[in-house]
Write a protein that binds this ligand. Structure first.
Ligand code: FES
Length: 299
């Protein structure tokens, strides 16, 4: 039973992921959203940069929680619960706006199969929003039965779109720090020749296979992970200025001395490396304690 359901869902999501017919719609939507969502402060806030995690998963809690609570009251609250249910539906509709904005922002940085799933996820959520708007209107007009039916349909829809959102995160890794499973050496590791370093010119080196961006800034040698935590852009190909590196893919900016994000869309900081010179060779090692999964021998 469980494996059958799993197979059915896999087939369903596979069809969406391969549906190239969705691409022209996604292209148009992306073009329409790129201007309003591109200003730097807006991009950082919608990406969750100030709080260190993508904002969208937290923002969806309010509308989904409000709407499902309204359905619960519809089922067990009787006439006493009707007013509260109507207010919960309204709260869900209002709070869906920031949830949709953060989701649209995250979607703008996806491509291929992820972008198609994200498009269907969003379309389903807009459909649910329409159902709940209809539910609220019907309740205001004393057509409580219709309002409850529309809310029930909305509950089913947000459950399905929530599953699609879960697929994007847990199966496709959208919103996940792209360096989360990198195993970074804790021992000093030779990575480059000191003589070949040019001031303010980032270079790509590898420490036990992990890509590291190394740069000579003034008298200092600095090193952080080269793979952008946002979507994996190669930081050494970015622009190094005023001690910060700007990712060539979406313009996220990191301070190289401590790996902190200065400007979104990344929300996670970069791994920082300690650097030293030994006999003309640049050596690096991890500067902090590894997370459990980073040290997992299987990875
Ligand atoms: S990959 Fe998106 S900002 Fe670097």
């Amino acid at each position: 039973m469980i494996s059958r359901l799993n197979r059915v869902l896999d087939t369903f999501i596979g069809k969406i992921e391969r549906a190239e017919s969705l691409d022209p719609i996604a292209d148009k939507l992306s073009a329409a959203l790129s201007k309003p969502l591109s200003p730097a402060p807006m991009r950082s806030i919608l990406s969750g940069t100030p709080v260190g995690h993508p904002a969208h998963p937290a923002m969806v809690l309010v509308p989904v929680g409000s709407w499902l609570s309204a359905t619960y009251l519809d089922l067990v609250g009787g006439t006493d619960g009707e007013c509260a249910a109507r207010r919960l539906v309204a709260m869900g509709v209002v709070s869906a706006v920031p949830a949709a904005l953060t989701g649209a922002n995250d979607w703008m940085y996806t491509s291929g199969a992820e972008r198609r799933v994200g498009l269907v996820h969003a379309a389903g959520n807009y459909f649910a929003l329409g159902l709940y708007l209809g539910s609220w209107t019907a309740r205001r007009r004393q057509r409580v039965g219709l309002g409850k039916a529309l809310a029930a349909a909305g509950s089913v829809t947000v459950t399905l779109t929530g599953w699609l959102g879960g697929h994007l995160t847990y199966a496709r890794g959208v919103g996940v720090d792209t360096t989360a499973f990198e195993v970074v050496p804790s021992e000093w590791t030779d990575v480059f020749s000191e003589a070949d370093l040019q001031p303010d010119e980032p270079v790509l080196v590898h420490a036990d296979g992990v890509p590291v961006m190394l740069v000579k800034s003034g008298d200092e040698l600095l090193a952080i992970g080269d793979r952008c935590t946002h979507r994996g852009g190669p930081l050494h190909e970015g622009t190094f200025k005023d001690g910060c590196i700007t990712c060539p893919w979406h313009g996220g900016t990191f301070r190289v001395s401590d790996g902190q994000v200065i400007e979104g869309p990344p929300s996670r900081s970069e791994q920082v490396f300690e650097v030293r010179i030994r006999y003309g060779s640049v050596q690096v090692r991890r500067a902090d304690e590894p997370g459990v999964l980073r040290g997992n021998p299987v990875s």
